[in-house]
Design a protein around this ligand. Sequence first.
Ligand SMILES: [Zn+2]
Length: 251
Amino acid sequence: MKGGTSGVLTTRDLIRYDRQLLIIGKAGQEKLKRASVAIVGIGGLGSPAAFYLAGAGVGRLILIDPEIPELSNLNRQIIHWEGDFSLPKAQSAAQKLRKFNSDIVIEPKSVKITKENVSEVLSGADVIVDGLDNFETRYLLNEYCLEHEKPFVHAAVRGLVGQATTIVPQKSPCLRCIFPESPKAEEKFPILGGTAGTLGCIEAIEAIKLITGFGRPLIGRLLITDLEDMTFNLIRVKRRPDCSVCGGLHS
Ligand SMILES: [Zn+2]
């Protein structure tokens, strides 16, 4: 892993991360400290993902979002508060996270990811976390991650339903293999905040597992949860040999 801070743990680190050191050990914590994670979209998924990655001591967090928070965002985008309606979400989130964990580097970027700037915006990130609400940009991230061989943690939510999977080039199907076509975009989709919260937390845990090597990430598995019924299902997903994105890249 590259891009984060020096991986040497301080006495303060050993106290701060005491409870998770019991799980990931000092070696895991050092990997987190050296790691750099980009969260693309600091909304309903990105807010909890950012909080838990900062809380866990990921050395450098790159927060990417061009939008400005609105009152109707606050039922789920918990990193933005009343009074934040004049500054971009990336900055709003950076302000909170710097107070939350002053030992890590927070890098806000108020830009919309495009084909032209994706490589520059995500340079130095070891893991990319999907906090988006549209498949157009997700497909762009999927292609970038395949090309640069970076893991991509995907989640999406609607109402009380959520899905998550972890894409690791060469090891798993890509996003296009699993979802060849974008679902129909909705101007305003229903969402209960806790649904985004649940999936955002799952994304943070996936990123931590990828960085530390602890546990078993959702590689080749798609989690579908329906919180109305409180069901969690895992579906095995496979690469499509004829995938338009990864089909020719490797066998
Ligand atoms: Zn594919």
